[in-house]
Design a binder for this molecule. Structure first.
Ligand code: HEM
Ligand code: HEM
Length: 203
């Protein structure tokens, strides 16, 4: 039998996976109903709710991945089964490290985009609410991490840059998840070495 993950590691892993499963459709629902949101079209209500869920849950994901990385630093991962090839282990750990990187950078670029947009700095933007509060407004919960300025101000450091980076990272994350889940299923179905089972908490 191979060494397992602790209960905390498993809860953090599957909790994150579940949150991402809600976060991604909320992001697409928000982006695809953007015009209705601006013009008060039939899907404006959906746009508002999707935005609130996306921004609030996204920042919770950021907080949780910071806690998780701190925890992980103090608790090394269990070794992979002895028969795992060196290149296989390297690929698995590389993909996992990149997933951690995206779990940090996705919320940060999203947060920077909204900060740059200047919600609370002259824009009426209820979809920027977090936990029911205006995230960036006076008395808002969330500080700006970049200086707010009008979306059409000259220069490249603004909403467009951060939003573009955010969306590219979404697609990179999709590719990484296909590799990650494919790798987990290969361990389970082909190698039958208990790697998926130990993350599920069974031996
Ligand atoms: C792990 C966390 C996150 C994931 C997986 C994620 C995922 C997504 C997805 C799938 C989209 C739609 C992409 C598209 O239109 O093609 C999106 C858009 C967006 N997200 Fe996130 N997001 C995360 C965190 C955040 C956070 C914390 C914020 C802000 C506080 C945020 C702000 C935005 C904004 C402003 C857009 C619209 C970008 C645009 O189309 O111009 N995101 N996100
Ligand atoms: C958004 C979804 C997911 C994310 C962000 C994610 C991320 C991660 C990360 C960062 C690790 C490394 C843990 C560490 O070393 O601290 C990991 C491990 C693992 N993940 Fe995921 N994962 C996701 C979904 C899944 C799914 C759907 C499966 C199964 C089909 C899966 C199977 C595994 C397994 C088996 C391990 C442990 C590998 C080992 O024991 O060495 N993950 N995941």
């Amino acid at each position: 039998m191979i060494e397992g993950w602790t209960r905390t590691a498993r809860w953090l892993h599957w909790g994150t996976a579940l949150a991402v499963l809600v976060e991604v459709p909320a992001g697409f629902a928000m982006a695809w109903t953007y015009l209705d949101g601006v013009r008060g079209g039939p899907l404006a209500g959906l746009h508002l709710r999707a935005s609130q869920v996306h921004h609030t849950l996204g920042l919770l994901l950021l907080a949780s991945v910071i806690v998780r990385l701190w925890w992980r630093w103090r608790h090394p991962a269990p070794a992979l089964p002895a028969q795992t090839s060196r290149s296989g282990a390297l690929a698995a750990r590389g993909v996992q490290a990149l997933l951690y990187g995206l779990l940090l950078l996705l919320p940060l670029t999203g947060w920077a985009a909204l900060s740059a947009l200047g919600a609370g700095a002259g824009y009426s933007a209820p979809q920027m609410w977090f936990f029911g509060h205006d995230g960036f407004g006076p008395g808002g919960l969330i500080p700006h991490i970049v200086t707010p300025r009008p979306w059409d101000a000259p220069g490249i450091v603004g909403y467009g840059l951060f939003a573009k980076a955010h969306v590219y990272m979404v697609w990179a994350g999709g590719v990484l998840l296909v590799l990650h889940i494919g790798g987990a299923l290969k361990h389970h179905v082909i190698d039958r070495d208990g790697v998926l089972k130990r993350m599920l908490g069974r031996d």
